[in-house]
Design a protein. Structure first.
Lengths: 319, 466
């Protein structure tokens, strides 16, 4: 090794290449992210901001665009019809989510058993949620037809006459809920089953030794593990059902009259059928705000539940 | 010798002229070719874009496939212009055109449109005005407005028009594309004659209703123009109106006593007589026709000639040979038939307007219209008065019989709002959620708000200076 060479410090020797590579390394992640960012801005962020901008305009397709500030929001919030539709949307959401949770729990408990052909049964149970909501809605519309639908035929055969599932207001509401429940209970089941399978088997054995009743075992052992899946299910299903469109559009068309019109269908009717883009955008933003409020509450509850779980685990660990 | 010299001189002059002519023609051809144009075979003296492709946006109508086949057979070989015919779901067509127009798109050269959309399309700048020197006023053009039935052109291609006083002078934005009106389709094996009045129809519907069949079928849904197509002929037939177009007034007109009685009559056929399937409250055109063709209903209003010979096609009908076609029944005041016609116009943003006009000329030519009328699946009647005799099928002749009775609803830009408001209330009355009187009162009130806000309302017209 020459004297000259020995005088050169390793850090100096790498100084030039290091700075170049460091620069490249720094920009490399950005290069990877940029295409996604461009897509995100072009397809999500820009349309979102533009729709907010449109909601402050009186704009009908083919007509002039006039800035009206908060007038569109004032008009919808001051409309009794709008609040009736908001309440109907909430009503459908509450009924559907509660029933989906109850049925999902029952299905999950059944599917958690060690029985023959359980894999096949689970697969069959999950099928509805894999179908397109539009296909499901058409399928149910045909089954619920008050003239030739299979449900109508059954009811007639049983001596109940021919119920008008999609025409009578109460039955129309029930039909919409039933369609949503049929399609999305499997999703709740899937989440609950994951929660059930996370329960350590030793805990059940310990409860059996302590002669715990079924209810006590469920409440003290199973429920704590199900709480998070329940909140996740409630979060996803509430957001999804509050936006419900396909089932209503296909099965009842929002009828009788507009009595089963959800907010999404109202936004569609006003924005697209009537071409009143500004007003349609304002209704959509109202839906976004409501969903965000609901989601924030649920996420807060989930976070609190998670904190309690961690604290419980720490206390158990100390013991 | 002199004759020879004269002949030589003439020959020289001829050669000179021919040379000049060849030079001139070559120069024009070179200029045209450099601009991407070729001589038009169909319009001598005109040029079209070489290898041009016209894009037509149309609803999915039974006549579409035949039109496209004919275009490929005769228009394209003669003109050198290919035609790309895109048929979309009727329910989405209006919005699609409006969105294309908003972006000043030249993707399509020709838009087919429904009569109610005309005001909105004109206001939005979707359609090229055609009564200009370039098109209709060109002495060489083969399309003349007096070729067509005035009952059709006044409602279908002229705007602004007045339904109460159809004008023959308003600006023109299209030519007729498809003609239809709601006729009464009835079972001729169950009745000796078709009912001629609404009262008669109601009586016959009650008589024919059994446990297996309803006397009458309706499309009671509130989407598209379903339920309003059922009630309008009764309103108009009894002397009612939807609005006063001159003053933009709905209050007191839509909810007039005569309209309230007409709606009560219609609702009673469902709720009191039980002669209409109650499930029809959200039926569309498909369920209504299905009920008739499967023998579940004895009568219904339905568009003619749109479905052609569907009732006599054993693959689609269980009542082959048992369906008759009659005019829409009369009310206490007059007979009114709901119009269902479509026009075809040139996209104002098209870069191929001459080629598009050439296509419209071809479309309205005797040969093309004759081929269309004679094609049974197309369910077609020509708007040309000189081809009247070609319509020989009963589902074609009934349309021509109804020409004097044709009525249309609003075609102003706000029509979609007016339509949704009225249909929602009609549907509520139909299922018994509201009384017919309340439903029409509420509809009139809501519609008046829309009409009051319309920039075309005479009250809102900006006063001119001086």
């Amino acid at each position: 090794m020459s004297a000259n060479a020995s005088t050169i410090q390793p850090s100096e020797a790498r100084a030039h290449p290091k700075s170049r590579y460091t620069g490249q390394l720094r920009s490399f992640p950005w290069l990877l992210i940029v295409p996604t960012l461009i897509l995100l801005v072009a397809l999500t962020i820009f349309p979102l901001i533009y729709s907010l901008y449109m909601s402050f305009h009186d704009f009908t397709l083919g007509g002039a665009k006039t800035w009206v500030g908060l007038d569109n929001y004032r008009e919808i919030l001051g409309s009794r019809t709008f609040w009736r539709k908001t309440w109907f949307t909430l009503e459908i959401t509450i009924f559907a989510v509660v029933i989906e949770l109850a049925l999902g729990l029952v299905c999950a408990i059944v599917l958690n058993k060690r029985l023959p052909a359980m894999g096949l049964l689970r697969m069959i149970v999950y099928i509805p949620m894999m179908l397109s909501p539009l296909v499901v809605a058409y399928f149910w519309r045909i089954m619920l037809d008050g003239s030739f639908g299979v449900f109508t035929w059954f009811a007639d055969e049983l001596g109940f006459g021919k119920p008008q599932w999609t025409v009578d207001l109460t039955l129309a509401k029930a039909s919409i809920v039933a369609t949503d429940v049929w399609q999305w209970t499997p999703f709740v089941t899937l989440l609950m089953l994951a929660g059930l399978q996370a329960v350590p088997h030793q805990l059940y054995e310990a409860a059996e030794l302590d002669k715990g009743t079924r209810w006590m075992t469920f409440r003290s052992i199973t429920m704590p593990y199900l709480w998070t899946p329940v909140l996740i299910a409630v979060l996803f299903r509430t957001i999804d059902t509050f936006k419900l469109f396909e089932a209503v559009y296909i099965i009842t068309q929002g009828g009788p009259g507009d009595l089963t019109e959800t907010l999404s269908l109202t936004a569609y009717n006003i924005g697209f059928e009537q071409s009143r883009i500004g007003m349609g955008a304002a209704i959509s933003w109202f839906v976004v705000v409501v969903i965000n409020v609901l989601a924030t509450v649920l996420i807060y509850l989930m976070a609190r539940s998670r904190r309690e779980e961690v604290m419980l685990a720490e206390v158990k660990g100390e013991e | 010798m002199t004759q020879v010299r004269m002949a030589n001189e003439m020959a020289a002059a001829y050669r000179l002229n021919r040379r000049k002519l060849l030079k001139g023609t070559t120069a024009v051809a070179v200029a045209a070719a450099s601009a991407g144009l070729i001589p038009s075979v169909m319009r001598p003296g005109h040029f079209v874009k070489a290898q041009a492709t016209l894009n037509v946006l149309a609803p999915q109508w039974p006549q579409g496939p035949k039109e496209q086949a004919l275009a490929a057979e005769s228009f394209t070989p003669d003109s050198g212009i290919a035609v790309n015919f895109e048929a979309v779901n009727y329910a989405t067509l209006e919005q699609r055109v409006k969105l294309l127009v908003e972006g000043q798109s030249a993707d399509y050269d020709i838009y087919d449109y429904d009569s109610q959309w005309l005001g909105g399309f004109v206001a939005g700048g979707a359609l090229e005005r055609l009564d200009t020197d370039q098109f209709l006023n060109n002495p060489d053009t083969s399309i003349k407005m007096d070729l067509f039935y005035p009952e059709i052109t006044s409602r279908l291609v002229r705007y602004p028009n007045n339904e109460a006083d159809p004008s023959e002078t308003a600006p023109v934005y299209g030519v007729p594309w498809s003609l239809n009106a709601e006729a009464l389709w009835w079972r001729n094996d169950l009745m000796d004659a078709a009912p001629t009045t609404w009262e008669d129809l109601r009586t016959k519907a009650k008589e024919l209703t059994t446990s297996d069949m309803f006397g009458y079928a309706v499309q009671g849904g509130r989407d598209a123009d379903w339920i309003i197509s059922e009630t309008n002929p009764i309103f108009w037939g009894n002397g009612g109106e939807l609005w006063d177009q001159a003053t933009y007034t709905a209050q007191g007109i839509l909810n007039s006593d005569v309209n309230k009685q007409s709606l009560q009559f219609f609702v009673d056929m469902n709720l009191v007589d039980g002669s209409i399937d109650p499930a029809s409250a959200n039926w569309t055109i498909n369920e209504r026709l299905g009920a008739l063709l499967t023998g579940k209903a004895a009568m219904c209003l339905n568009w003619a000639p749109l479905f052609g010979g569907v009732a006599d096609d054993p693959n689609q009908s269980q009542v082959v040979g048992k369906i008759g076609y009659a005019k829409s029944p009369a009310g206490s005041a007059t007979t009114a038939a709901m119009i269902g016609c479509q026009g075809t116009g040139i996209n104002a943003s098209s870069e191929q307007k001459d080629a598009a006009w050439q296509y419209l000329e071809w479309w309205q030519s005797v040969d093309t219209q004759t081929a269309m009328v004679q094609d049974v699946p197309s369910g077609f009647v020509s708007a040309r008065t000189d081809l009247k005799d070609l319509a020989t099928n009963p589902w074609q002749t009934v349309f021509l019989d109804m020409l004097p009775d044709l009525r249309d609803m609003w075609n102003i830009p706000e029509y979609a709002q007016l339509l949704q408001i009225l249909q929602t209330e009609l549907n509520l009355a139909y299922v018994g959620q509201k009384s017919p009187a309340d439903a029409l009162d509420d509809a009139a009130l809501a519609q008046q708000v829309v009409l009051d806000d319309s920039p075309d309302n005479p009250v809102n017209a900006t006063p001119t200076a001086g």
